[in-house]
Design a protein around this ligand. Structure first.
Ligand SMILES: *Cc1c(COP(=O)(O)O)cnc(C)c1O
Length: 347
């Protein structure tokens, strides 16, 4: 599995997003958005970002080699995590705290950790409710307050209003930088103006991951190598599960399997369930228990013979379609937030 990256084009996109985003905090976490932590950390350095965000404590070391600014850990600190404690004592790490009891516990260690306090949003994931923020500030002790973090849901509707309401509550408890996610840059700029005085916008930082790293689809293409091709007749038994081939044609063995994230998409919301019901009603191959693969041959996505294996996948091709050659590269659609490629080729 190969990701071909038009590096110039990608960097131009990164630059455009960075220039348009006030206080950009590149988010580098998970699978490194398909690129890996090191590469993204190096790009964050090129963009002269002052600070990046990682998901969990173990990721700090992964970005450090290529980035020497400050690193925010997005996952909220909890007692009993040795690595998180160690990092909380590091001057270039900013720790997120999302419960008053945790603020007390961290402050009680005598630590001078740099902390962000998380505000509970409509996400209902982590955070301190707006009405308790003043109490939280009272528990800071020697901790160094770096600002408020507000993680909004993805829905556009009503988002600005919520961001404004929570920001006001937070700034009333204590002035500080607002660290926001998933708010469009223009709205964030508007918010900052509205919350600050005239000519004195409230300081904000915007955390951006997907839109930054993956926002420009035209700068990349993902391909997979054809590993083998076998002719089959309708009814021929195929694969680990020995299912019967649905038509005369070919079985094509493609590079890429579950270890690359093939067939491992995150669960999709209800809309596609409806689609599934429709295809069942119309008697497609999907209704016969086959699933559409992300591999495109002859301009069409092709059906899996069976669930993908660790490093390879088996797909059907009808007789009418000229089979590809072993060694050929075939386009494959990968969701790069869950995929792992073998190589990144810069073109
Ligand atoms: C992961 C994460 C982000 C980045 O999310 P994208 O959708 O990839 O931009 C921003 N803020 C927080 C708190 C996150 O956990």
């Amino acid at each position: 599995m190969t990701l071909r990256l038009d590096i110039e084009r990608w960097r131009e996109h990164l630059r455009v997003v960075a220039d348009a985003t006030p206080g950009l905090v590149p988010v580098i976490k998970g699978n490194g958005y398909g690129f890996g932590h090191q590469r993204l950390a190096a790009e964050a350095s090129r963009l002269q970002a002052e600070v990046v965000a990682v998901g969990v404590p173990a990721e700090v070391a992964l970005v450090r080699e290529q980035f020497d600014g400050a690193v925010v850990i997005l996952q909220a600190w909890r007692p009993g995590d040795e690595l998180a404690d160690e990092l909380a004592a590091d001057d270039r790490v900013i720790t997120t705290v999302s419960r008053i009891s945790d603020l007390k516990a961290l402050a009680a260690t005598g630590s001078r950790s740099r902390v962000l306090i998380e505000v509970l949003t409509a996400m209902r994931r982590h955070g301190i409710p707006a009405e308790d923020l003043a109490e939280a500030i009272g528990e800071l002790g020697d901790l160094r307050f770096e600002g408020w973090t507000i993680h909004l849901p993805l829905l556009q509707e009503g988002q600005y209003a919520e961001a404004e309401r929570l920001s006001r509550a937070a700034l009333a408890a204590r002035p500080g930088t607002l660290w926001l996610s998933h708010l469009p840059a223009d709205e964030a700029i508007g918010l900052s103006r509205q919350l600050g005085g005239p000519g004195d916008p409230a300081p904000i930082r915007l955390r951006v991951g997907t839109r930054l790293w993956l926002g420009d689809e035209s700068s990349r293409i993902t391909t997979a190598t054809v590993l083998d091709v076998h002719p089959v007749r309708r009814g021929t038994r195929v694969g680990y599960r020995q299912r019967a081939a649905p038509f005369d044609g070919w079985v094509v063995i493609m590079a890429g399997g579950t270890s690359h994230g093939i067939g491992m998409e995150a669960p999709t919301p209800a809309a596609s369930l409806r689609q599934r019901a429709i295809s069942a009603a119309t008697g497609t191959l999907e209704a016969a228990g086959l699933a559409l693969s992300p591999y495109t041959i002859g301009g069409k996505k092709r059906w899996f013979c069976e669930p993908p294996h660790m490093q390879a996948s088996m797909i059907y091709l009808p007789k009418s379609q000229q089979p590809p050659q072993v060694g050929e590269e075939i386009p494959v659609e990968l969701r790069l937030t869950t995929a792992l490629v073998d190589r990144i080729d810069e073109v």
